[in-house]
Design a protein around this ligand. Structure first.
Ligand SMILES: Cc1cc2nc3c(=O)[nH]c(=O)nc-3n(C[C@H](O)[C@H](O)[C@H](O)COP(=O)(O)OP(=O)(O)OC[C@H]3O[C@@H](n4cnc5c(N)ncnc54)[C@H](O)[C@@H]3O)c2cc1C
Length: 314
């Protein structure tokens, strides 16, 4: 067991590093646990991020870590958090090597995992032809032959959004029913509808080449937009007893937070980035990390004042 930290941040992705910067600069002794690659690691470049548009994901985090080096208040250590116990002011986090660290506050910045469907070729093309987010990757495939894929009742929602980037668009459903009104709208827009699920996806050296449907249809496409379900990357919030909730639109199980403060249902445990109930993007990961840093600092500073006053008055 090491000395107590003010804050231990689980995860050294964009949200975790942003929270660390904010806390370290606020004179708080902060440990960041770096558990491995971020969610966008399969992509060649990160987009839609102020001043860093087009930066490779590993370079983004290298720059983030480099910024932290000058602060003696911040320690970044490789390690996966496996569990946590305790209460506000007195937490203990266990690492995969068996070591434990103690901290007054915990920031969960462990992100989400995209659950890959059992479709041959899908995982290989993920982030390189198959995308979940047009705001991240739409510009790169603008005007190209694209497809949307998902359940029948959501097909119009996806078509309306992706049409924004390309009119060479087809809709493929997973075999679930497509309401009649949606059929009429797709027909009016001239968007071909395929109701046989995808059986495999083929890539070439450049990216996505074609999708093959269960009925044998082969369709050449350069981009496929779909949103696989998302699950928590780490179970630590669960071991602490933090409540979670399902975000239908994102198909994601996320940690519930108090809007504004980013505190979970467990006092002293905060969330930054994708793991919490918020919009999932790098910019939001930065913003939430920065906000969490400020709120945690307020709480620690207030507790320090109380303790100091009590000691003087004793
Ligand atoms: C393919 C793809 C491409 C994307 N492209 C873009 C884009 O261009 N622009 C954009 O704005 N958004 C993009 N996103 C979304 C973006 O990746 C996320 O919103 C962002 O990564 C969230 O940051 P985060 O810090 O919350 O999580 P992450 O970046 O996933 O970081 C979480 C970190 O926590 C670590 N970790 C997990 N469990 C533990 C543990 N138990 N202990 C210690 N560490 C742990 C992980 O290893 C990881 O390093 C993309 C997503 C995908 C899937």
């Amino acid at each position: 067991m090491t000395d107590k930290y003010d804050v231990v941040i689980l995860g050294a992705g964009t949200a975790g590093l942003s929270a660390a910067l904010s806390l370290g600069r606020a004179m708080r002794r902060t440990l960041v646990l770096d558990g491995g690659p971020p969610r966008n690691a399969p992509s060649e470049h990160a987009h839609n991020l102020f001043t860093r548009d087009g930066t490779p994901p590993d370079e983004l985090l290298r720059l983030g870590k480099r910024d932290l080096e000058k602060y003696e208040t911040i320690e970044v250590r490789e390690g996966v958090a496996t569990g946590a116990t305790g209460a506000d002011g007195e937490f203990e986090v266990t690492l995969d090597g068996g070591e434990a660290v103690s901290a007054r506050k915990i920031v969960i910045a462990t992100g989400l995992s995209d659950v890959m469907p059992d479709i041959p070729g899908f995982a290989e093309a993920w982030g390189r032809g198959i995308y979940h987010c047009p705001f991240c990757h739409g510009w790169e495939v603008r005007g190209r032959p694209l497809a949307v894929y998902g359940s029948g009742d959501m097909v119009m929602f996806r078509v309306a959004l992706i049409r924004n980037w390309s009119r060479d668009l087809i809709a493929i459903t997973d075999g679930t029913e497509v309401p009649e009104e949606i059929r009429r709208k797709l027909d009016a827009l001239g968007v071909p509808l395929h109701e046989s699920p995808i059986s495999r996806v083929e890539s070439d050296g450049e990216g996505l080449a074609r999708v093959v449907l269960e009925d044998g249809t082969e369709i050449e496409r350069e981009g496929l937009f779909t949103n696989p379900p998302l699950e928590q990357r780490s179970g630590v919030a669960e071991t602490l007893g933090c409540e979670t909730e399902y975000m239908e639109m994102m198909r994601a199980e996320v940690i519930s937070i108090t809007p504004g403060t980013f505190e979970t249902t467990v006092k002293g445990v905060f969330v930054a980035g994708d793991a919490g109930k918020m919009m999932q993007s790098l910019a939001n990961a930065v913003a939430s990390g920065c906000s969490v840093g400020a709120f945690v600092t307020h709480e620690l500073a207030a507790a320090d004042v109380e303790a100091e006053v009590a000691a003087i008055s004793a």
